[in-house]
Design a protein around this ligand. Structure first.
Ligand code: CP
Length: 306
């Protein structure tokens, strides 16, 4: 694996290998002896984190994953970099490559920002997509797959609803594609205007969440992405009641159902505050798994360095 750009580029076998490696890292994290034997890079290896959009989980869990693997990490602070003088993404990456990074984790607002970078004859470093606008979020998708697999040990036949701001969500786009391919039954819910039939209809069915809440295995809520909204003003007052995880809906979930959200959550919009750390919620597990999955991704992409 040279780059990780989209979730669909991975074969089912590669996905299972990443999940198993992430689980191995997770298991050894709680075992002092095993932790000491954790694979550490045996060469001077440098990974740069370039975040052109805000991030807490993706940015900081990559940073922790890099440190756990003995990788040197450099952060480019976009606000104080030559980007402010008008330097393009391509020229920024050309520079990072020239000064010696082995891989770059990049989050950028443009969909498929990575295309000119991987087509370059000069740029040789690996690119890991930390989110491309409303395009894809493959590392989030992989940690979500790990979280689901830990719970059910399968994907085939699971009934999974993706709920909320579908239109603006890179998490929804990555997850719907891969979960359908892995055999899950996908349902979409939320405001009808955020469901685009031509795009999402191929992957699943639009439902009223209340007609299926007691049959779903996984209910995946999405953040309302106000920063990407260009249409009419979003009214959050009634959102929780109409589409979100209220206490009433939580009480109707199947006994072994799980609730997910990529976070950050708009509390009392997508999910009621009481449901965020409730027993069926896996939000904290998703954040924790993010470190181990990102270790697995870095270990796989930089395999020659270990
Ligand atoms: N889930 C996610 O991508 O969170 P951040 O925006 O904090 O990285």
């Amino acid at each position: 694996l040279k780059h990780l750009l989209t979730i669909e580029q991975l074969t089912d076998q590669e996905i299972m290998e990443l999940i198993n490696l992430a689980k191995k890292f997770k298991a050894s994290n709680n075992d002092k002896d095993a932790k000491n034997k954790l694979d550490k890079t045996n060469e001077h290896t440098v990974v740069g984190n370039l975040f052109f959009e805000t991030s807490t989980r993706t940015h900081k869990s990559f940073e922790i994953a890099e440190k756990k693997l003995g990788i040197e990490t450099i952060d480019l602070n976009v606000a104080t970099s030559a980007v402010q003088k008008g330097e393009s993404l391509y020229d920024t990456v050309l520079t990072m490559n020239a000064i010696g990074v082995d891989a770059l984790v990049i989050r950028h607002p443009d969909i498929e920002y990575y295309k000119p970078l991987i087509e370059s004859q000069t740029i040789k470093c690996s690119i890991i997509n930390g989110g491309d606008g409303s395009g894809e979020h493959p590392t989030q998708s992989l940690l979500d797959l790990m979280t689901i697999y830990e719970e059910f040990e399968k994907f085939k036949g699971l009934k999974i609803a993706i709920v909320g701001d579908l239109k603006h969500s890179r998490v929804a786009r990555s997850n719907m594609k891969i979960l359908k391919r892995l055999g899950a039954e996908i349902y979409f819910a939320g405001p009808r205007e955020w469901y685009v039939e031509q795009e999402f209809g191929h992957f699943g069915k639009f439902i009223d969440i209340d007609t299926m809440i007691d049959q779903l295995d996984v209910v995946m809520f999405l953040r309302v992405q106000l920063e990407r909204h260009t249409e009419q003003e979003f009214k959050q007052n009634s959102f929780l009641e109409k589409y979100g995880l209220s206490n009433t809906r939580y009480a109707k979930l199947k006994h072994n159902a799980i609730v997910m959200h990529p976070c950050p959550v708009n509390r009392d919009v997508e999910m009621g505050t009481e449901t965020i750390e409730a027993p069926k919620s896996r939000l904290v597990a998703q954040m924790a798994n993010g470190v181990f999955m990102r270790m697995a991704i870095l270990r796989t992409i930089l395999r020659d360095k270990f």
